[in-house]
Design a protein around this ligand. Structure first.
Ligand code: NAD
Ligand code: SER
Length: 314
């Protein structure tokens, strides 16, 4: 087992809940400190309450647990952020600066900071969007991720802080529920399907978006963090791809197992956000530099999701 001590911020969220347990299997349960705004339940290791806006509290926690790596997952996502842009900007940026400054001042080994496909806007190529593309996002969330990526790059180049980052597509998993994103429909739909309920989708039937299964996202994150430094050429954030599908296509995939499944469409404000994002992503830099390769396509993911959720709801 590796003997780093990791602070995970935003550990109660969709990705954090799963990443915490995955990191504990690599580093040992007692070496991964899970934190969030709210008390965390069912933990196999230490957990604490931490508001990432409170830099002094974050630093005290780093000292207390002799932390040398931070995974900073706390953020306000795309759809929720549009309801109060200044609030979302403050949380996303203040929390990141607290992490970067503590990492710089205390010479931490590594920082993980996820970015998103939300960094792209409609000026970017819609298909197979390149790693280095014009970044004109249309949400406050996307603006904060573009700024965050560039600050990560700045702290690496100016101060040598080893910040690593992935532009996640929409993440889909059975273990946890999503927290206010535009891709959330692709998790919710499976919960409706296993409960034999019809699903009303907030995006149009033909809205193609890049997506990634949770198992791949967690493995990719740990692989990036373990890659030798000299293999990493991208210090803003790596494009990461898994699959691309529309609501119509995910419904068809579900119908292979549940022929009676019904979907209807009622697009809301999230349609404009989705329309500004790429349909597919070119992740060749991640593949080349540190060997990224997703395991799951849409049908493999559907099978796994339905099996796990059937157990959960049984
Ligand atoms: P989530 O909304 O499910 O979880 C975020 C967590 O952060 C929540 O548990 C929340 O309580 C916590 N949090 C919010 N404000 C906080 C604060 N001030 N202090 C401490 N904790 C706070 O988000 P997620 O889906 O797990 O996303 C994790 C990260 O991955 C985010 O940075 C997000 O932008 C990024 N990301 C997620 C996706 C996705 O599809 N889920 C896609 C791209 C990028
Ligand atoms: N899944 C995220 C969202 O929809 C993308 O970053 O906000």
């Amino acid at each position: 087992m590796k003997q780093d001590n990791i602070l995970l911020i935003g550990a109660g969220g969709q990705i954090g809940a799963v990443l915490t347990e995955a990191l504990r299997t690599v580093y040992g349960a007692d070496h991964v400190i899970a934190t969030d705004l709210k008390p965390l339940e069912n933990q196999s290791g230490p957990s604490e309450i931490l508001d990432a806006l409170d830099g002094a509290a974050m630093e005290a926690m780093v000292k207390k647990w002799r932390i040398n790596q931070i995974y900073h997952l706390a953020a306000i996502l795309s759809a929720t952020g549009e309801k109060d842009p200044m609030w979302a900007w403050n949380i996303n940026m203040t929390s990141l600066f607290n992490v970067l400054e503590i990492a710089r001042q205390r010479s931490l080994n590594k920082v993980y900071y996820p970015s998103s496909i939300a960094v792209f806007g409609r000026e970017a190529a819609h298909q197979n969007t390149p790693q280095y593309e014009v970044l004109i996002p249309e949400t406050v969330y996307g603006i904060s991720k573009v700024a965050g990526e560039n600050w990560a790059n700045y702290y690496y180049r100016r101060y040598g802080v080893d910040v690593r980052s992935l532009r996640y597509p929409g993440i889909i998993g059975h273990q946890s529920m999503p927290g206010g994103g535009t891709t959330d429909y692709a998790v919710d739909i499976y919960h409706y399907a296993v409960q034999h309920k019809p699903f009303e989708c907030f995006l149009r039937a033909d809205t193609a978006l890049p997506m990634l299964y949770m198992a791949d996202a967690i493995r990719g994150t740990i692989e990036l963090m373990e890659a030798p430094t000299n293999r990493l050429s991208v210090r803003t954030s790596y494009n990461l791809a898994g699959m691309t599908f529309t609501p119509d296509e995910i419904a068809a995939s579900i119908r292979k197992h549940k022929p009676d499944f019904k979907i209807s469409y009622k697009p809301d404000f999230r349609q404009a956000i989705a329309d500004s994002w790429p349909a597919s992503i070119d992740d060749s830099a991640a593949r080349h530099d540190w060997g990224w390769k997703p395991d799951y396509d849409l049908d493999a993911m559907t099978k796994d999701m339905l099996e796990h959720l059937a157990e959960k709801y049984a």
